[in-house]
Ligand binder design. Structure first.
Ligand SMILES: Nc1ncnc2c1ncn2[C@@H]1O[C@H](COP(=O)(O)OP(=O)(O)OP(=O)(O)O)[C@@H](O)[C@H]1O
Ligand SMILES: [Mg+2]
Length: 252
């Protein structure tokens, strides 16, 4: 008997009034897999992710995580189970250094809250350095967080998320607003986290060339529906996908 996928969404639908933003979409994510959701503006990508994280309640459909049904579980509990989502408003405290931000996340994760108001010193520092190392910014440990460039801020966000030992990362446009070189660094880190820590990564992305080069599998949404699914090579040559992208421009 094969084990169930790490994360599975089945027949997921979300209606806003009469409008179907998401209509019967199913997808699965395995441990260590990079799964991208692409599609033109308004295709339903964010709605799909938000139904999985619990930010939105789906009108119909189910979400399973490690074989357990979670679509009725509150978002904070889903996070504790191992589903981490990146927040559009970042969870970085600008007044703290890079290292202190990760330290705070580790302390909060362990219920060390008593300590938050006293000097934390070098508590958990080896782990702090280890997490920063895994996102490639260990040398920035003493830098004030406010000074970080966009790509490095994103790396710090990942390190903060990793403090919670997530099994899945759910990311809505993690490379938005970044330069091409920053984008490729972020994608490379996601690949490393998937490979080395077995984390499943489900993310939306507008840069389809980046997705074709880096994702293990791709779900294409169009007008709320599943248009195509498969390996990058399969999706790239799918006539319906080509039509949607040619019809609506390369940046969509
Ligand atoms: N809260 C809401 N109320 C009404 N309509 C909504 C709401 N949220 C999203 N929509 C609509 O649902 C559709 C899908 O939106 P969604 O944000 O999921 O698209 P997307 O694929 O993430 O687009 P983008 O590429 O621009 O981020 C859009 O037409 C959007 O206007
Ligand atoms: Mg979106």
């Amino acid at each position: 008997m094969t084990s169930p996928p790490l994360l599975k969404a089945a027949d997921l639908s979300k209606q806003f009034g009469d409008f179907k933003a998401l209509d019967g979409v199913s997808l699965a994510l395995e441990a260590g897999q990079i799964h991208a959701i692409i599609g033109p503006n308004g295709a339903g990508k964010s709605t799909c992710l938000n139904c999985i994280t619990g930010l939105l309640n789906p009108t119909r459909g189910m979400v399973h995580f490690e074989g357990l049904r979670i679509d009725t579980v509150p978002p904070h509990q889903r996070a504790r189970m191992g589903l981490a989502r990146s927040f559009q408003i970042t969870s970085i405290f600008n007044g703290l250094t890079v290292g202190e931000n990760v330290q705070l996340a580790l302390m909060a994760q362990r219920g060390d809250c008593r300590q938050l108001f006293t000097a934390a010193g070098r508590r958990h520092w080896i782990e702090v350095l280890d997490l920063l190392q895994s996102v490639g910014i260990a040398e920035m440990v003493e830098r004030p967080s406010a000074e970080l460039a966009a790509g490095d801020r994103k790396r710090l966000e990942f390190a903060i998320a990793l403090a919670g030992k997530p099994k899945v990362l759910l990311l809505d446009e993690p490379t938005a607003g970044m330069s091409v070189s920053e984008r490729s660094i972020v994608i490379e880190i996601l690949r490393r986290l998937a490979r080395e820590r077995g984390i499943g990564v489900l993310f939306t992305e507008h840069d389809i060339d980046m997705v074709f080069d880096n994702a293990d599998c791709i779900t294409v949404l169009h007008q709320g529906r599943l248009l195509a699914f498969g390996l990058p090579v399969e999706v790239r040559r799918d006539a319906r996908v080509q039509q949607v992208y040619l019809g609506e421009g390369d940046d969509a």
